[in-house]
Write a protein that binds this ligand. Structure first.
Ligand SMILES: [Zn+2]
Length: 141
């Protein structure tokens, strides 16, 4: 793969992440509702939840997304506050109230980030195919 195609591929992967698309085909939508995911990619058939508890890893990516957001919200308000202990207490409350509407977005992007991270370091190339009828198939653990 030449460098130009690699760069274009990287940009299209970032675009697909932002649009919450499948990490394999970059086209199928991951979510069918606010918090509800498709079981498989509507375009390429990739099973999104590779195994039970697969999205537990998304907890870590949700921290990565949520913490900077919370600190940014608090920090900006802190700059314009009286910078007293009382102000800090009020700002913590206001930060919580402002953060709550962002929770679905954090939830969705934490899963997206986790899936792309997982796909980058351990792609399950056979995840889109069903196991053979004899049940012996599937990716080795
Ligand atoms: Zn797909």
């Amino acid at each position: 793969m030449d460098e130009g195609n690699g760069q274009a591929h990287r940009i299209s992967r970032i675009g697909a992440m932002l649009r919450m698309r499948c990490p394999r085909c970059l086209r199928g939508k991951l979510f069918r509702g606010l918090l509800d995911m498709w079981e498989r990619c509507p375009v390429c058939g990739l099973r999104f939840e590779r195994e039970t508890g697969y999205f537990t890893g998304a907890m870590y990516t949700s921290f990565l997304i949520a913490l900077p957001l919370v600190f940014a919200i608090f920090g900006v308000m802190w700059l314009f506050s009286s910078r007293t202990l009382l102000a800090a207490e009020v700002l913590l409350l206001v930060t919580t109230v402002l953060f709550v509407p962002l929770v679905p977005l954090v939830f969705r992007y934490s899963r997206v980030l986790w899936m792309y991270f997982d796909w980058r370091f351990g792609p399950d190339r056979g995840a889109g195919t069903d196991p053979p009828p004899d049940g012996s198939g599937g990716a080795p653990l």
